[in-house]
Structure formats: C-alpha cells, structure tokens
Design a protein. Structure first.
Length: 75
C-alpha cells in the first residue's frame, strides 16, 4: 500500500532496479500519478528517513544525489 513519499520511493526503486536521483523519483511519481511531490520534497523525505533511522532505513544515499534501497548496497 502506498501511503507517502517514502512508499513511492521504495516502489519506484524496486521497479527501476538502479539507484536514482531525487529529480527522477519526483518526476516518476507525478507521471504515474502516485504522489504529487517536488524534487525537494523527495530529497527531504529521504534525507530525514536516513538521518533518523540510520541503518534501519530502507534507503541509502549512494552518490551525490542518488538513492537506492539499502538491500542493494549490501549486495
């Protein structure tokens, strides 16, 4: 069930299969009518989740502005 921006990020990253930028994630959310979010909203949600949850976060920052699912980074 998709309830918020982070759910959308997880869903999109699972579909794409590669790390993606906040810009790409936001544009896909709008295009697929999943969530109305700006690039800034997406980046802020990811950064907040990563900083608050640390290694318990589903997400990890892998490059300057690219995020991936933590499970990928451990592979």
């Amino acid at each position: 069930m998709i309830c918020d921006i982070l759910d959308d990020c997880r869903e999109l990253l699972e579909i794409k299969g590669d790390p993606q930028s906040a810009y790409w994630l936001a544009s896909q959310m709008v295009e697929m009518r999943m969530w109305r979010a700006s690039e800034h909203d997406v980046r802020a949600a990811l950064v907040k989740d990563i900083s608050e949850k640390g290694e318990r976060s589903l997400f990890v920052k892998v490059a300057d502005d690219e995020y991936a699912l933590r499970s990928w980074a451990k592979s």
